[in-house]
Ligand binder design. Structure first.
Ligand code: FMN
Length: 178
């Protein structure tokens, strides 16, 4: 018997947000699954600020992030913080992140993943990424059912507000990037 897929929440929540983002005027949206990007623990010999990547996995990841004008990270809360895969993926790059507005969709138990969001924000701000807002999902009251996350009126409204803010910020920073 195959082992169950442990990623039970991230993909359905990302799919829910992706569908709402596709309805937002002005954005062409790409959904990226870190499980499929499949980065090993950071193993570049140089500081990423130099962009002298030696590994194919880093070059592929750099291309994905480079083509984005803005980002929304969908993250779980693990032990009152962000998950390791997210931080590892961020640490791989530097210039590709810079001046790109970001939003956070976080999820977890009673704290709705917000401690993960709080932990991740300083790293993204250090990369000079402007913060557009966050949205927390409590899985006990808004669960994933049969692999599908449906949200509700309040979450949909918050998601659209986050997307509006991202749409407002993004053009302000596009011309600042080099
Ligand atoms: C290692 C681990 C630590 C966790 N720690 C917390 C936590 O501190 N707070 C919380 O609200 N939920 C915590 N959870 C629950 C996760 O947020 C929840 O299981 C979520 O669905 C995990 O996301 P994933 O299914 O996309 O991996 C933890 C789960 C795991 C596996």
């Amino acid at each position: 018997m195959a082992a169950p897929d442990p990623a039970v929440s991230g993909e359905p929540i990302a799919q829910w947000f992706y569908e709402l983002a596709r309805e937002q005027d002005g954005f062409e949206v790409e959904l990226v699954d870190l499980a499929k990007v499949n980065l090993p623990l950071f193993n570049e010999p140089q500081n990423p600020i130099r962009q002298q990547y030696v590994h194919e996995h880093t070059k592929r990841w750099a291309q994905i992030v480079a083509r984005a004008d803005a980002l929304v990270f969908v993250i779980p809360e693990y032990n009152h913080s962000m998950n390791a895969a997210m931080k590892n993926a961020i640490d791989y790059l530097h210039i590709e992140w810079r001046y790109k507005p970001f939003g956070l969709v976080c999820y977890g138990g009673g704290a709705k993943g917000l401690r993960a969001a709080q932990a991740l924000k300083p790293s993204l701000v250090a990369l000079k990424m402007p913060f557009a807002g966050e949205l927390g999902i409590g899985l006990s009251t808004s669960p994933v059912v049969d692999g599908v996350f449906k949200g509700d009126e309040q979450l949909d409204t918050s998601a659209k507000a986050l997307l509006d803010e991202l749409a407002r910020l993004t053009p302000l920073f596009q011309s600042r990037r080099t």
